[in-house]
Design a protein around this ligand. Structure first.
Ligand code: KIV
Length: 255
């Protein structure tokens, strides 16, 4: 049975919440039911499409990949991610969020923008906020909210998103003390990425934890496997066997 938004909300303070990204059917099939939430994030741009950042990801990209993941996901909550430029005004936000829901998302994640979050909630959609380091708008990719004034702004935005009706908020790249304060001061779950242990839950990019994305590794990423190396090994072995005429043997041939 699919995990419900109310269940995610009720886990705050009771049980840590896990979220990972997925972008395709086979991965989502393996991940479904193992973590609480699956995010089809616009990190797609970097880890799947090979862009430098998330800024070239389009609605069509997000729809296609949300559909692929949606075909697999039966148990985890599927979070759709609105890409940059798709929620610059209320009308676009509602129209594009609906498209992701139609593609299979159970809820919608947006960066900052509590007014847009409120509008989506008013339309009956479940919304996850995202504050701190927000890759669609930030120019300086570093820990956010270190200065008191910046920390205050992030706290304020978390409270605005809570008031807007968001069911959870991603906190990206903020000091763990700030994440702790926000987690204690709002009633909805905080999902951290580079935000430390005190968040109500954690999210990481699947390619990062599997060691599939080798371009760089942020400090907050823990690698749980080295799949790139396994793949390289298999590719090399296949290449060798083809070159040496050892594949296909009789076992892999028809008579
Ligand atoms: O796009 C994404 O994968 C994200 C997570 C890093 C939170 O927004």
């Amino acid at each position: 049975m699919k995990i419900k938004i109310d269940k995610i909300k009720s886990m705050k303070g009771e049980e840590k919440i896990s979220m990972l990204t997925a972008y395709d059917f086979p991965t989502a099939n393996i991940m479904d039911g193992v973590v609480d939430m699956i995010l089809v994030g616009d990190s797609l741009g970097m880890v799947v499409l090979g862009y430098e950042n998330t800024l070239r990801v389009t609605m069509n990209d997000m729809i296609r990949h949300t559909e692929a993941v949606g075909r697999a996901v039966k148990k985890s909550l599927l979070v759709g991610d609105l890409p940059v430029g798709s929620y610059d005004n209320l009308e676009d936000a509602v129209e594009n969020a609906r498209k992701l829901i139609e593609a299979g998302a159970d809820c919608i994640k947006i960066e900052n923008q509590h007014k847009i979050a409120r509008a989506l909630v008013k339309e009956g959609m479940e919304v996850m906020g995202h504050i701190g380091l927000t890759p669609q708008t930030v120019t300086d990719f570093k820990v956010q909210g270190k200065a008191e004034e910046d920390a205050e702004k992030i706290i304020e935005e978390s409270k605005e998103l809570e008031k807007a009706g968001c069911f959870a908020i991603v906190l990206e790249c903020v000091p763990l003390e700030l994440a702790k304060k926000i987690t204690e001061e709002i009633s909805i779950p905080t999902i951290g990425i580079g935000a430390g242990i005190y968040c109500d839950g954690q999210v990481l990019v699947m390619h990062d934890i599997l060691g599939l994305f080798e371009k760089f590794k942020p400090k907050f990423v823990k690698r749980y496997a080295n799949i790139a190396e396994e793949m390289r090994k298999a590719f090399r072995q296949y290449n060798k066997e083809v070159k040496e005429g050892k594949f296909p043997t009789d076992e892999f041939s028809f008579h």
